[in-house]
Design a protein around this ligand. Structure first.
Ligand SMILES: Cc1ncc(COP(=O)(O)O)c(C=O)c1O
Length: 337
């Protein structure tokens, strides 16, 4: 229950503070560099959930870019072969513009602990987007690495409800808070949570210099969203497990990918045309990108760039909070019975 005002007579919820500047006389001067009460409260809650010091950003990509900023010119980055396409884009840009050596490993590869030992930045996304591959986060976090290395876990899909990487030894956790943390598809927000307060300070500095600051309204909404994260995710994950099981039995479905927890299910149809038709025919399930909201959404991921490794008929479905039988009836209809 972090992020709550404590003073007698204070409102129960942290107030929405839309401010760019403050009356001089304290450390709070200008809200690109000093937090407003609203984002302080949001950071307090997420920091508490992940077990570190949280730094909120304007989007998940802003958080990822700030952490990736730790890569030195000519440095060595180890990254999963399946990961959010924006992060793959950052790696490509680093390779091209800063001489990074980018090593892409299958997410579940045995060599991660060994490869982590030599890297500047080890970037784990587990479960991965969109193939839902799962890494041995515990083993990789426990493996020896250089004192100046940064081990990052993108916890967007698992959320701290299913995985707490800092407790396992990761240096930083990043989130697209746009997704499950916000939970209502009405904001863009990111957060990086560091185990070491010095690293959190470095990230705050990068945020201030690049102007990647979160909006007041976004943090207010995300703060409200995160209060129901356990309820939403419990419902959505239970439904996702049921749908994954039923989809696996459906004759139109070639393969189901579900890690056994969480609210995202990916499944493969015969090809791109079949997947496009299913997405277009669904009614309860909205044909939309992104994930983590109360509404179930699905889309064919092969429509995006940097998804050449994704089977053309793969649909990524983010299960929301609707009745599971309504979702199954809709899916069955969209899949042709
Ligand atoms: C795993 C993961 N990380 C990072 C991001 C980037 O977040 P945002 O879209 O909030 O910038 C996304 C977005 O889909 C994502 O799925």
């Amino acid at each position: 229950m972090g992020g709550r005002p404590e003073a007698p007579g204070a409102p129960l919820n942290a107030p929405l503070v839309p401010a760019s500047n403050f009356l001089l006389g304290t450390e709070r001067v200008y809200s690109r560099t000093e937090a407003t009460e609203t984002w302080e409260a949001f950071e307090d809650v997420i920091g508490g959930l992940e077990g570190g010091e949280a730094v909120a950003f304007a989007s998940g990509m802003a958080a990822c870019a700030a952490v990736m900023h730790r890569m030195p010119d000519g440095g060595h980055l180890v990254l999963g072969d399946d990961c959010y396409l924006g992060v793959a884009g950052l790696a490509e840009a680093g390779e091209r513009d800063h001489g990074w050596r980018v090593e892409r490993l299958p997410v579940a590869d045995e060599r991660w602990p060994e490869r982590a030992g030599a890297a500047d930045v080890i970037w784990l996304e587990s479960p991965s987007n969109p193939l839902l591959e799962v890494a041995d986060v515990e083993r990789i976090c426990a493996a020896p690495r250089r004192a100046d290395a940064t081990l990052v876990v993108d916890n967007t899909f698992a959320t701290p409800l299913f995985q707490r990487p800092l407790a396992l030894g990761a240096d930083v956790v990043v989130h697209s808070a746009t997704k499950f943390v916000g939970g209502h598809s009405d904001l863009l927000l990111g957060v990086a949570v560091a185990r070491d307060p010095d690293l959190a300070e470095e990230l705050r500095e990068t945020r201030g210099l690049t102007g990647a600051t979160p909006g007041a309204l976004e943090t207010f909404l995300a703060l409200r969203g995160v209060r129901t994260l356990p309820l939403r995710l419990r419902q959505a994950s239970a439904s996702a497990a049921v749908l994954a099981e039923r989809l696996a039995e459906h004759p139109a479905v070639a393969r189901v990918r579900y890690p056994g927890f969480g609210a995202v299910v990916s499944f493969e149809l015969a090809g791109a045309a079949a997947a496009d038709a299913a997405c277009a025919d669904a009614r309860v399930i909205r044909h939309a990108t992104s994930l983590g909201g109360v509404d179930t959404t699905m889309e064919r991921r092969g429509t995006h760039e940097r998804q050449e490794h994704v089977p053309p008929g793969l649909i990524r479905m983010s299960v929301g909070c609707e009745d599971v039988e309504d979702l199954w009836a809709d899916l069955r209809r969209a899949l042709g019975g």
